[in-house]
Design a protein around this ligand. Structure first.
Ligand code: HEC
Length: 139
């Protein structure tokens, strides 16, 4: 019994330490700054309709490439989010959704800093716009 109580005590200590360390790292994250979107990207037109078929293609690509950081519902709470130096924003944010499609395209495929560049991994234009359409559907 004594061993069990020691085990339980050390387990709860470990849980506390893990909780504390994720709290500290989340506190250290810098807020994400406004993006400078080049005019060329702002002017880009979405070549797909935001219909169910394209949203579905985007959803699968998102699960594979984006969910680990941005989270299933796009809240910025994927398993890797807390290890980022920059706090990931939510795709539900009204200001984020108010941007034109070309701005989202730039952020997703060109990226910056910890937001990876996806131009090579997602080379097909149709896949790219499907992903933009899926991110739109998360609002
Ligand atoms: C390794 C983690 C990681 C992955 C994978 C990732 N992102 Fe990001 N993403 C980030 C971070 C961190 C930022 C904030 C970067 C900044 O503000 O400098 C970001 C920013 C963004 C932004 C700009 C809006 C914002 O919140 O700043 C969009 C849009 C975006 N990501 C979409 C995607 C999509 C779509 C994918 C998949 C194709 C993806 N990301 C994959 C980490 C990731």
């Amino acid at each position: 019994m004594k061993n069990l109580s020691i085990l339980l005590k050390s387990l709860s200590l470990m849980v506390c330490l893990v909780a504390l360390s994720s709290f500290v790292s989340a506190q250290d994250q810098k807020p994400c700054a406004a993006w400078e979107i080049p005019a060329k990207y702002k002017a880009m037109k979405n070549t797909l309709k935001g219909d169910a078929a394209s949203v579905n293609v985007g959803k699968n690509l998102y699960a594979k490439h984006c969910k680990s950081c941005h989270g299933g519902a796009g809240l910025g709470d994927g398993p890797k989010a807390s290890s980022m130096k920059t706090k990931i924003g939510s795709f539900k944010d009204a200001k984020f959704q108010a941007q034109v499609d070309g701005a989202l395209y730039y952020q997703i495929f060109v990226g910056r800093d910890e937001m990876p560049n996806f131009e090579k991994k997602l080379a097909e234009e149709d896949d790219r716009w499907a992903l933009v359409n899926f991110v739109r559907s998360l609002k």
